[in-house]
Design a protein around this ligand. Sequence first.
Ligand code: GLC
Length: 436
Amino acid sequence: MEGLKKKAIEILKNNWQGSFTIPCAGLYPFQWKWDSGFIAIGLAHFDMAKAKKEISTLLDAQWGNGFIPHIIFHNESDTYFPGPDYHSTYLHPQASKKYKSTGMTQPPVTGFVLQELYRIEKDKEDTLLFIEKVIDKVYENHNYFYQNRDPFHEGLVYIYHNWESGTDNSPMWDDIFETMNSPEYSFKRRDTAHVNPEQRPSKREYDHYLHILEIAKEHHYDDKKIAESSPFLVQDPLFNSMLIKSNQSLIELYALIGNNHEKIGQLKEWQKKSIRAFNEKLYDKELGAYIHYDLRNDKSIKHISSSSFAPLFAGIPSQERAQRVIDTLEEKFGGKDNYLCASFDTTSDKYNPVKYWRGPVWINLNWILYYGLKKYGFQDLALQIKNDSIELVEKVGFYEYFDPRKEIYRSGDCKGYGGRNFSWTAALILDLLNKK
Ligand code: GLC
């Protein structure tokens, strides 16, 4: 395992850009919001100063209204589409003047990442001083979500673009795209120059992605108008679980810091409402899983993906419900033929083991599941997910995503998919290896 740790550290060192880390060379040349969080956890294991810098840089790009963008374009690069000019975030009056970025966000992991830094670092006092300096920005980000992304005051926030989910081309969105009548755009993709198109979203899917973006731009990224008119408006269980987990971390960290009664009170209020609404609205008894809700078309999306299990990480289900959810996981994602955990229901006809978020295993979701399973006492399954993650990386390297089918690796010529030397894969494997 020492060799694997060394390699993980080397990748993180190579992808470090002086004040932030790229997800991987070529394919993703900027800073991504949730990648940054996972990466900081890895950095904390060998270079706390860099972990802190990673987070400070991200938070420095926060907008005046508390919003934190999904990509921060720190450098000029014409190797990425759609780039800063396309996103045109200057249209929003409170956008950062200092950084170019996108006008969409990603799962709010930063709150629990701060708590992870505190867990990992031995010098608690120094880490808490750092947390004290930045924590209000994360709080403001949560406040932004509850004020602007929850139009019916349910305690559940929406995403207005599939890129906000982090699970870009999940089959979850297929039916929504069918309702959209997106135009055929002409544009030059960059991702397929780096990665086999078989493993990436289709041209038609990109038309939909751009169409939603055009609508948001038309409205100058105004949240109210987006809520009224975006054809894509979804309450996502992964996104909301990250928010709820981070709420809890903020409550605990503010308590350690002291003198923050008001904020703690507000966080507890959000937390109570969110957890209740989550269990009422985003749980499907028949499927035995948490599901997505299509807020625009007012209906549940009746599919199961790895996002369906993220609520364990945030302590959302009761023990009894957690057991039911785990049965579903074992039935539809487990078995002796597959590595855990496919990103989509392996028994569905929409499942595709090579195509990005339509089936492959992703290490960040495995990491989330590992800690979620442990929280509820499912030690064996937790260990299996950890071992599967390590085995995949040992077999093919620190890739972006992996084929779940075990048989595929038997010939020995199978590779991982997507980007190589991928930062969050390195960071989170390092964390799993260092975990006793
Ligand atoms: C892909 C993933 C997204 C990630 C980004 C950068 O777009 O779907 O979750 O943040 O790459 O790694």
